[in-house]
Design a protein around this ligand. Structure first.
Ligand code: NAI
Length: 683
């Protein structure tokens, strides 16, 4: 190698074959992302390289975690106008257009993350080489942030692999590995790490004709086919996201339908539409959700805590699934219950989970080997973490703790999955009460990202830090909450569910109640949610909360439970169930009626959120929002309950609450915290 220049984010090497190697290594950042300063430097380098007339150019990353993770998302939050957003988009387009126009061969050498803007940069190269491993991921996940590609991602991918495959990738936002990308034609070579440079060099020296999509793929961009396909895409997208909440995928479909055969027009349309979207509420709120997730992730970063061995007691609904999940994430896990036959169903469920997640028989066997049935509880002595998930009975839990504590390692952590018992009531049975912490998982464990880390009065700081780090190690999001009844998520969710039951008892069809919530942006209506959780479990949690907060439980709920109508699991709850699906009778209501239902549901939830914040169940607005988004799926495009209150105006919402209090009684009495909230948008 000869001639070495350096700059802040890039450095350039030119080898003996006159091939330029442009290394991207963003300064002061663990990950390569694309912001204005990066584009400026990249453009300067590209201009210099063009004057060198090299044999070819290879763009590669010096970061071990990947090529380029996408746009610098923090730059979205500083966008103040559509024009500013448009300037930023056009800046990126100009740089990538320069790259795409080079007369000599260009290669993107890809390992690890290659997402969003990273994939767009690679598409502006003539060839793409990826490392052959599952950790190399390509994709255009912009729709997940409420936007769509704008730096030529769609304008270049659509002609390369055809509209059908390109739009599927863009509209789903899913990522693919190198082999999948190669099958689609998005990537030219997939090679082991040690052959990557050789593969890139060879492509430049040989300069083969670039990939050309097959006839059928090209046909999907045909002017006659596009309107028909666009209709199919819209129908598919509508099943997952309403246009008024998530406009980006719909905008993308329109751009493709109108401009798929004209790259210049498509780039222009991408830029105009993206600028509008970046500046809109949905994208700004989804970016907020991205940062909330980062905030939760950052809570569990104790590098020195390295547990290896987990022991779970109670192999029921929760314990069985928690144990299976921990083994999936690489821990050795022993699973204890009162008898072997109680553990067997959990082992079967674990096998199903591994088949779904791991696919390869060898990986499934390895995960099954890590999960060890242990009805005698021998694992207690070796465990770094003991997770208790037995019956919800304080006395039974206490006597278990008395029995196991003397056998536990001196520094082992004890975690309980209790959903309602204050930790202080349980830790009194321990000689080291500081080691007890709550790890409150949600059902189904494999799907719910959030884990409430319950901090009791006696829980030691070390146990809290360890619990949060462990939660990250099993790829879940930790939310520290105080040990108060219902913690955060169930406490806020329950008044909303109970209001749904009251509405239903008043004769409002369940279908309408659910529609109101889904229209607001909830992933599932409250009636169907109650049926899915199980009406007996809802009643149990409601009873605990009612006792502490002096609330009334609707008679209708008790009656259904007494009649054995427990929801989905018993085949009948508020809805009847056929093959596990709710049979929802058709019903209609005027927009005014729907709004009245939405107000009653959402204001009970928001009022409880205010009360939780006042009592410091969590320490900040943003943690509350994160808890509700990742624990219940609260409309992400609204940025969380507290953000919704800020954006709508606390005063306005309080007035609606006062009206409801007069109409419906004191369950709508505004919490005192409404008076101390500004009502302005803090975003
Ligand atoms: P479950 O009834 O399905 O399972 C409990 C298991 O614990 C049973 O298999 C039982 O045999 C076993 N067990 C009881 N005493 C034992 C002992 N002394 N030693 C060993 N095993 C013992 O209960 P589920 O639903 O899994 O709940 C467990 C805990 O998780 C409870 O504290 C509950 O409040 C909490 N939780 C439940 C959620 C749910 O949706 N079911 C959600 C979050 C927390």
């Amino acid at each position: 190698m000869t001639d070495k220049n350096t700059s802040v984010h890039f450095h350039v090497e030119t080898d003996d074959d006159n091939i330029v190697w442009l290394h991207f290594d963003k300064a002061n950042s663990g990950t390569n992302v694309l912001g204005a300063d990066v584009f400026e430097q990249l453009d300067e380098h590209l201009q210099n390289i063009a004057t060198q007339c090299p044999r070819g150019l290879v763009i590669l990353s010096d970061k071990s975690n990947g090529f380029i993770a996408g746009a610098d998302i923090s730059s979205f939050t500083s966008v103040k106008s559509e024009q500013q957003a448009l300037d930023f988009v056009k800046m990126g387009q100009a740089v990538f257009n320069r790259l795409a126009a080079f007369p000599f061969p260009t290669v993107a050498l890809i390992h690890g993350f290659c997402l969003g803007g990273g994939t767009e940069l690679s598409l502006a190269c003539r060839y793409r080489v990826t490392r052959d491993d599952p950790g190399t991921r390509l994709g255009l996940p912009e729709v997940r942030l409420g936007i769509h590609p704008g730096w030529g991602g769609s304008a270049r991918l659509v002609p390369l692999i055809g509209g059908l495959k390109a739009m599927d990738l863009i509209l789903s936002g899913r990522t693919i590995d190198g082999r999948q990308a190669k099958r689609m034609g998005m990537v030219d070579r997939v090679v082991p790490e040690r052959h990557m440079r050789t593969a890139a060099r060879q492509l430049i020296l040989d300069a083969p004709a670039p990939f050309r999509a097959g006839l059928i793929d090209r046909l999907s961009n045909n002017v006659i086919v596009r309107p028909l396909l666009a209709r199919v895409f819209r129908t598919q997208v509508a099943k997952k996201a309403a246009i008024q909440h998530y406009p980006a995928p719909y905008a993308m479909i329109d751009i493709w339908r109108k401009h798929a055969n004209n790259q210049h027009d498509m780039l222009e349309a991408e830029a105009q539409s993206l600028a509008k979207l970046i500046n809109g509420a949905t994208a700004q709120n989804l970016v907020r959700v991205f940062f909330l997730q980062e905030e939760l992730k950052s809570l569990g970063k104790d590098k020195h805590y390295k547990p290896k061995y987990v022991h779970v007691i109670g192999a029921g609904t929760m314990g069985g699934d928690i144990a299976a999940w921990c083994a999936l994430r690489g821990f050795r896990v022993t699973l204890q219950d009162q008898a072997p036959e109680r553990i067997a169903p959990a082992m079967k469920r674990a096998h199903r989970l591994y088949k779904r997640k791991l696919k390869k028989p060898i990986k499934i066997r390895e995960a099954m080997d890590r999960l060890i049935p242990d009805h005698k509880g021998l694992g207690v002595e070796r465990a770094d973490i003991v997770i208790e998930a037995i019956f919800e009975d304080a006395e039974v839990k206490r006597s278990l703790y008395k029995e196991i504590e003397p056998r536990m390692k001196q520094d082992a952590m004890l975690a309980t999955n209790t959903s309602s018992i204050p930790l202080e009531e349980l830790s009194s049975a321990l000689s080291q009460p500081g080691r007890l912490v709550g790890l409150h998982f949600f059902n189904p464990v494999a799907m719910m990202q959030l884990v409430e880390v319950v901090v009791g009065k006696s829980t030691s700081e070390e146990s809290v830090a360890h619990a949060m780090t462990f939660t990250r190690q099993i790829d879940r999001l930790p939310l520290p909450v105080s040990s108060t009844p219902g913690f955060l998520v169930n406490r806020i969710l329950m008044p909303y569910l109970m209001e749904a039951v009251v509405l239903e008892s008043e004769g409002i069809p369940a279908t309408i109640i659910d529609k109101a919530a889904v229209d607001f942006g909830m992933p599932m209506g409250p009636v169907e949610l109650a049926d899915t959780v199980g009406l007996d479990i809802c009643l149990h949690v409601a009873e605990i909360l009612a006792e502490h907060f002096n609330a009334t439980i609707p008679e209708r709920l008790r009656k259904l439970v007494d009649a054995g109508k427990l929801g989905k699991k018993s085949g009948q709850g508020f809805y009847p169930y056929k093959k596990g699906k709710a049979v929802k009778p058709k019903a209609s209501a005027s927009p005014g009626d729907i709004e009245a239902v939405t107000n009653r549901l959402m204001l009970r939830m928001l009022n409880e959120a205010m009360s939780c914040l006042r009592e410091q169940v969590v320490s900040s607005d943003s943690l509350l929002d994160a808890g509700m988004i990742f624990g219940t799926g609260f409309a992400p495009f609204r940025g969380g309950p507290m953000h919704y209150i800020d954006a709508t105006g606390a005063d306005k919402l309080k007035q609606i609450l006062i009206g409801l209090e007069q109409q419906q009684g004191n369950r709508f009495t505004p919490d005192p915290a409404w008076d101390t909230t500004s009502g302005g948008d803090k975003a």
